[in-house]
Design a protein around this ligand. Sequence first.
Ligand SMILES: [Zn+2]
Ligand SMILES: [Zn+2]
Length: 281
Amino acid sequence: MYRIAHIGDLHLESKKPEDYSLAIGLFTCMQKLKANHIVVAGDISHRGEEEVFLYIKEGALTSGHKISSELSVVIGNHDLPGRHHYQNYFGKTFGTRILREGRIKLIYLDSTKPSSGEIFNHSGELNQEMMFFLEQELKVPPEVFIIVVMHHHLLDVDGDITEEMQKNPLDLPFVGNFGPLENAASVLELLEKHRVALALCGHTHHITSEIYGNQLIISTAGAHGKHIKLYEFDEHNKMESKLLKVCTSCNGLGVDYDEDAESDDEVVACADCEGCGYEEQ
Ligand SMILES: [Zn+2]
Ligand SMILES: [Zn+2]
């Protein structure tokens, strides 16, 4: 079994240290879920502060908490003021990772528009350089499972705003406020042509999982560390996904993973924080 965990939009700020503990809980939780690889789909910081990138890279992931899962962080519009800090700690803003001895290829892309200059410009695109890079990297043998990751979403968000969301404006999905990636149509066409099966996004603060065309699953991760999406690959590289709700009383440290839950069903958070019930199969 190979596992990829997908989160996004943590929006961490140095003046809110309580959010750091949420991040530790979340990363520890993903470690307990035996995630081989963790994908953070952008907006890990709220204002691109160096402290946040440093904290995630050096604090939560290495010396402090010994999280051994590999990590891929894509850049989001809120990270843009700290673009050079991001590059210092995480390297280039786009690239590839070869996972599971080459059976899975993760292509991560920069969908931000740096020229727009300010963090609350929500529009994104894959520019010419990104499209060329993507097209080149999509040329792989058919048995390789490709995952494409970018911050901006690929489909219009269509969802209901609940009362609970209204209590916390940060939880509001950006329904109707703005559309998806500006050139989403040509990106989707390219992904379809190359039979890509999974695209992981963030930005909308809304949890979605939609099928486009014949097989492309487009998934957005939600925000503020409340959920984890887990993709499990069996020995034949066949994928199943689960949505895990993070326990709010223990910040994820006691997440209860129901192995028998139907794919894509939300697994209820633990009631008693007695630790993660997950056992390797
Ligand atoms: Zn965000
Ligand atoms: Zn965003």
